[in-house]
Design a protein around this ligand. Structure first.
Ligand code: TRH
Length: 354
């Protein structure tokens, strides 16, 4: 019996996380032997995230969003349809799903959050017109959620990683006694206040692309003890290795958060800021999962501009901080990864025995 065919729909709404998560999911499913088509309305970020593509993953433009000679035509209906972050597959595609004698399993992959509603909502069905059912799949941090994206062999690759060799391959090096920190943040992060704190110890700050011009002025101020170095766009693998090479990582949004956990070094997370302040609950829920102690909580709150941080931009002791991240990471590594759990979920809903 041929491997099931998956169609993953992804719309790039803002930033890099939509494409980043869509790509990781597609490659994770393909690594499990599934045939995957990623239908995406803007494939441009994939050029740097995954310049070599991946075996078993076909990328197709969203209908009407093609480039060059490819208009992004009709999408074939497979066995499983994943809609990333409620992006709504094209109406003609939904009609084609309903027209099938045995419709595909239709799953909405939701945003990652550590909030309590995730366990309550994970796996719930939503009946749709035409006799279709859309299932809600929530990634998460506990066994009652859909898990986290994690490639097979990731922990082994991390364990075998040689930071000096990787840094040299990027034209980078660490001076003796220097702390290495990475920076990937949103424009609102209080970077000008953080930099003098970092500069108290010799620090090299590796600033990724995507940080934005809002921080140019702060990064342009010379501070004794701090060297700022700008990085080019890295592939997703390269981005992982950057986090593995650093002693301290500042990450943001959904995907780099998970990568910072797998890196296992102390990190500070900035939630995607929302006008209604909903990101505050996300930060608090994640802090509760991280169980990293009050100093780390203060720093995360301050970095996210939340109340209760006080003089929060102080760096906690690295050793207990690293130990808490590694404890959290170990617990998460013991849970099934998202692609494997999603495959089991879809199989259970298909009812056709594949
Ligand atoms: O880009 P983000 O801020 O995306 C966010 C989140 O997904 C958030 O949940 C969503 O609501 C919001 O957008 C609209 O951060 P995130 O999720 O970490 O995605 C970044 C991706 O970019 C990740 O897959 C890593 C990748 N990346 C590279 O591959 N190379 C690079 O050089 C850099 C800087 C990032």
């Amino acid at each position: 019996m041929p491997a099931p065919r998956w169609t993953v729909f992804c719309r790039v709404v803002d930033n890099l996380g939509d494409a980043g998560v869509g790509w990781r999911l597609a490659t994770g499913l393909a690594a499990l032997g599934q045939r995957v088509r990623l239908v995406i309305d803007d494939a441009a970020p994939l050029a740097f995230m995954a310049p070599g593509g991946a075996p078993g993953v076909e990328v197709q433009p969203w209908p009407g969003h093609g480039h060059g000679g490819d208009a992004g035509g009709e999408v074939e209906v497979g066995d499983v349809v994943i809609e990333a972050f409620g992006c709504d597959p094209p109406p003609a595609f939904v009609d084609a799903m309903a027209a099938r004698a045995s419709p595909p399993v239709w799953i909405n992959l939701e945003y990652l959050s550590a909030e309590a509603y995730v366990e309550r909502s994970h796996g719930l069905p939503s009946p749709r017109p035409g006799g279709l059912v859309k299932w809600f799949y929530y990634p998460g941090f506990t066994p009652r959620t859909g898990g986290l994206l994690r490639e097979r062999g990731l922990a082994a690759a991390r364990a075998a990683f040689d930071p000096a060799a990787w840094l040299a391959s990027q034209g980078l090096r660490r001076e003796p006694g220097e702390r290495l920190a990475s920076l990937f943040c949103y424009p609102g992060a209080p970077l000008a206040a953080l930099l003098p704190v970092l500069a108290r110890e010799p620090t090299r700050l590796l600033v990724t692309q995507g940080v934005g011009a809002a921080h140019d002025a702060a990064l342009g101020v010379a501070l004794k003890g701090l060297r700022v170095q700008r990085l080019p766009w890295l592939s997703q693998d390269g981005f992982d290795r950057l986090l593995w090479a650093c002693d301290l990582n500042f990450v943001r949004g959904e995907d780099s958060l998970v990568r910072a956990i797998w890196a296992g070094a102390p990190f500070v997370w900035q939630a995607y800021p929302q006008h209604d302040g909903a990101h505050a609950a996300k930060v608090e829920a994640l802090l509760a999962q991280a169980a990293a102690g009050p100093e780390v909580a203060r720093l995360w709150r301050a970095w996210n501009g939340l109340p209760g941080a006080g003089e929060g931009l102080e760096l906690p002791e690295p050793a207990p901080w690293a130990a808490s991240v590694q404890r959290w990471r170990r617990g998460l590594l013991a849970q099934p990864d998202l692609a494997a759990a999603l495959l089991a979920f879809a199989r259970g809903k298909a009812g056709t025995g594949w």
